[in-house]
Ligand binder design. Structure first.
Ligand SMILES: [Fe+2]
Length: 122
């Protein structure tokens, strides 16, 4: 998928304010990539798609995670919203054709972070 196709797909699946937020995060990620020596295109795509699974409601969020074999701990069980990071990390491949594991990892870590985060994750 081209960047334009990704944007169109994302716009169709998010409410307008979240789509605008995603465009802003993408733009900021690109700026930060120059300072921290990160690949600009990876930062652009990770920023754009980081919330691509954010529209599911709590129950659906748990279902979507279970469907993909994503581990649901006690914390996620009580706050299913957190799962949008892990689900998004998988959906970028499923829906947007993003095969780069570094981008998936950055999306997976955009809520609570993780150990040994890469500059792209950050
Ligand atoms: Fe998010």
């Amino acid at each position: 998928m081209t960047l334009e196709q990704m944007q169109a797909e994302l716009e169709a699946s998010l409410k307008p304010s979240r789509f605008r937020h995603s465009l802003g995060v993408s733009e900021t990620a690109v700026k930060l990539s120059h300072h921290f020596g990160v690949d600009e295109e990876k930062a652009r795509v990770a920023g754009l798609l980081h919330d691509c699974a954010r529209e599911f409601r709590n129950e659906a969020m748990v279902e979507e995670a279970e469907k993909r074999g994503i581990a649901i701990g006690e914390v996620e069980r009580s706050m299913p919203l957190l799962l949008h990071a892990d689900i998004g990390a998988v959906r970028v491949r499923e829906i947007y054709g993003v095969e780069d594991p570094a981008i998936s990892q950055a999306i997976a870590r955009h809520t609570v972070g993780g150990a040994h985060m890469t500059p792209l994750d950050k």
